[in-house]
Design a protein around this ligand. Structure first.
Ligand SMILES: [Zn+2]
Length: 102
């Protein structure tokens, strides 16, 4: 939860401060995955078992979840590639692929 998009002025309000997670990710050299806007629909939907991806898929929060999920998938791919390279350089066989991709 990084900011609140105000329904009155349509501006982003950084309730917890702006850029803290990004700064820490840079400091520790870890990937920054994204910013999820605060949205009461996330909480109420989660309590009902209805994620915001279903109840309001075009909302900024749902878009932020999609973007973060893509970043996580990209990081998994990068890590898998590095692991395969390490294993290849050590002369060990890489683990079988869990899925086929092109
Ligand atoms: Zn406002």
């Amino acid at each position: 939860m990084s900011h609140f998009i105000c329904p009155k002025c349509d501006e982003k309000h950084y309730i917890f401060g702006d850029g803290g997670a990004k700064k820490i990710s840079e400091q520790f050299h870890i990937p920054f995955l994204g910013e999820i806007p605060l949205n009461s629909g996330i909480m109420s939907g989660s309590d009902l078992g209805k994620p915001i991806m279903i109840t309001n898929p075009d909302s900024p929060s749902a878009k932020a979840f999609r973007s973060s999920a893509k970043n996580i998938a990209a990081q998994c791919s990068i890590l898998a590639s590095k692991l395969q390279q390490e294993m290849a350089s050590e002369g060990t066989e890489p683990a079988p692929e869990a899925s086929t991709t092109s």
